[in-house]
Design a protein around this ligand. Sequence first.
Ligand SMILES: NC(=O)c1ccc[n+]([C@@H]2O[C@H](COP(=O)([O-])OP(=O)(O)OC[C@H]3O[C@@H](n4cnc5c(N)ncnc54)[C@H](O)[C@@H]3O)[C@@H](O)[C@H]2O)c1
Length: 353
Amino acid sequence: MSTATVLVPHEMLTRYTRDVLAKLGMPETDAAYAADCLVQTTLWGIDSHGIIRLLIYSERLGNGALKISPAIRTIKEFGATALMDGDACLGYIGAREAMKKAISLAKQHGIGSVLMRNSNHFGAAGIYAREAAKEGMIALVMSNTPVNMAAPGSKGPVLGNHPIAFAAPLFDDHPMVFDTCMSEVAGGKLLVAKEKGEKIPFGWAVDKDGNPTDDPAAGLAGAFLPLAGHKGYCFALMEEVLTGLLSHGVFLGDIGHLFKQPKETCHISHHMLVMNPLALMEEKEWTASMREMRNRIKETPMRDAGAKLIFPGEIEEMCEAKRKKEGIPMTATLFESLNKVGEPFGLAMKLNG
Ligand SMILES: NC(=O)c1ccc[n+]([C@@H]2O[C@H](COP(=O)([O-])OP(=O)(O)OC[C@H]3O[C@@H](n4cnc5c(N)ncnc54)[C@H](O)[C@@H]3O)[C@@H](O)[C@H]2O)c1
C-alpha cells in the first residue's frame, strides 16, 4: 500500500468523476450534480464522505443496486409536508429532489417538511443544508443509516449513527453549518484510517466482541460508539423516528448496508426540514441577529493567546479555499483506485510532474 500523497486539481477530479458517472449511464445533469457533491465534500475536507465514495457508488451503479435513471415521485402531500419515493436512486439525486421540494414548500408556507423513502447513502448531510441556506432558508437535514452503532451496554450494534446537518443563512455571507452524526466520529473516518494504514483513537469503536479497539478494520467489523453515551443513542433513536418511521419506510436492521450488501438497495430515508426566517421578520433583522451572535462567539476570550473560537462551518470554508489553491491531497493508492474505475471507459486522470 502506497501512503505517498498526491495533490489533485479539483477541476480535473470533478470532470473525471462526472465522465465516469455518465459512462455508467447516469443522465448528464445527475452525473454532473453527483460529481459536484463528491468533489465539493472533499474540498470541505470531509474526506470520509468525499471522492473516496466514488469507489462504492460506481460498483453499486454498475451492478444495479442503485438505479441510474430512477423514477423519483411524490406519493403524498398535505399542507407543508410531502412524502416522496426515491426508487432506489443514488442518495445525492434523491436528496437533491427532496430538498428542492422542501425549499419550495417553505417559500409557500414558511416551513416545509419532506420525507423520502427508498433512497440510498447521500454522503454529507451538509451538502443539502447548505443548498437551503443559499436560498435564504434554515434547514435541518436528517437521514437514517444501517445498524452500525452500539448503545450503552449493548453487545453489538443496535442502530444507525444517523447523520444530521443544520444550516442557517447569513445571506451575503457564509452560513452557519453544523454537519455531523450520532457516533463519536463518522464511520467513514475509520475507512480513511484503514486506507492510510493508520490506527484510530480508543473511544471511536468497539470490535465484534464489544471490546475497545484502535484498529479501524476491527471497528468497522464491530460497532461505532455513540457520541456522549446515552445522549447519542437517544438522539439517534429520535432521528430514526423522524426518518425511517415518519416516511413509513424501513428502519433499524431492515436498512441495507452500503458495503456489506453491495448488490442491494439500502432503502434509506431522508428528512428535509426547511424554515424560512423571512416568514417571521425582515432580512435585515435576521442578518443583524445572526451577525451579532457570530460576533459575540468570535470575541469569546480564549485560554490560549491568539486563539479564536470556531464558528460551525468555518473549518470547511478554510479547507475549501486551501484545497482549491493547492489541490486535493489524497494517497497515491486512492488516486490509482479512482483511475481504475474509469479504466473500462478509457478514462484516466493524469498528474503533472
Ligand atoms: N450519509 C451517511 O450515512 C453519514 C453517516 C455519518 C456521517 N455522515 C457525514 O459525515 C461527515 C462527518 O461527520 P462527523 O460526525 O465525523 O462530524 P464531526 O464530528 O467532524 O463534525 C463536523 C462539524 O462540526 C463543526 N466543527 C468541527 N470542529 C469544530 C469546532 N472546534 N468548533 C465549532 N464547530 C466545529 C464543523 O464545521 C462541522 O460542521 C458529515 O458530513 C456527516 O453528514 C454521513
